[in-house]
Design a protein around this ligand. Sequence first.
Ligand code: C5P
Length: 403
Amino acid sequence: MLKGKKIVLGITGGIAAYKSAELTRALIKEGAQVKVIMTKSAAEFITPLTLQTLSQNLVYTDMFVPTEKYDMAHIALADFADAFVIAPATGNIIGKIASGIADDLLSTTIMAGTKPTLICLAMNDKMLANPIVQENIKRLKKYGYIVMESGVGELACKTQGAGRLPEVSEIVEEIESLLTPKDFAGQKFLITAGPTQEPMDPVRFITNLSSGKMGYALAKAAQRRGACVTLISGPTNLVAPPVEKLIPVRTARQMHKAVMENYKKAAIIIKAAAVADYRPKEFSKDKLKKAGKTLSLNLEKNPDIIEEIGKNKGSRIVVGFAMETQNLLANARKKLSKKKMDLIVANDLRQEGAGFQADTNIITIIDRKGKTESLGKMTKIEAADEILNHIKSLIKKKGGGRS
Ligand code: C5P
């Protein structure tokens, strides 16, 4: 969430300028206040009126025409911003910033700015490859500007190559990360997410409704807060957040193996995966044929991964989940104690807005002393931050945490 965050968005004159409208919308949707500065050539690609309507603010285009009560727009905008974003950033603007040229409102505001600045490159692939442009990018990085490398794909000039503006969702994620305090800097997390699939033949398997959204939100939030995250994920339809290491698995036994191979390096282990408790005892290499009226399936138990971790956790913090349809808190407390977790996050599948698939969750966090905090309905990313805040308190109490 970017609630209340003030973003100054600089738009320069590249064909990708039209995507800045979508970016402005996305930032407003996340709760940010957006003020837009457009260069003269940007206004040739997209009209200031479009950006004014979307940002719900006046659009600044000219250095010498006061657009609001301020008579020094560049200073006022520099003071207003929590962060600057230039998207798209052409070779021209990065050349100007890298050389200390301030000859229009955008370049002057950036020169006067002291806040984090994100530069989202977009240009023709040959321009991007130009050694002077590459030198300028290095120079910007050296002075602390955050440069988002451009994506590879089809360019407006019909060629394929580097130079595409990064996706709007990636830019928004980068801005969120930029504005998030790094209170888990360097802490190593192991997070599991998603369902497991337990095959009985090449086309059929036992699984559950887990979407992976809660685990992915935790991975995203932890990584944003500076942690190094290893994410072990069952099959999901989600785009993985930008974690340190992603290990895709299918079955509970594969997840067990991946966790055992990786948990020792982690100081904090969060098991958000919905691991299947049982798997078909036999696996048929060939597709099972339809036969009698009924079919019995023999199941055998999967390893309880978190229980095994709990026994060998040392000073690590272990967090588990309990998803219940009855006696939520009593069952969660039992699991917390049996599996030697430090925290358990309980949610009731029957509550609307909680559980699998949804983008929201309603969670109760319980610690080993029995302290219980019930939180209202919130997005999974907000719930993830709440869980991380509890983990932070635990680390403080333990006097550090290992990494
Ligand atoms: O007992 P239950 O499966 O409800 O416990 C849920 C917690 O245990 C979750 O944190 C889940 O990731 C973990 N778990 C596990 N291995 C299993 C089953 C559950 O780690 N085989």
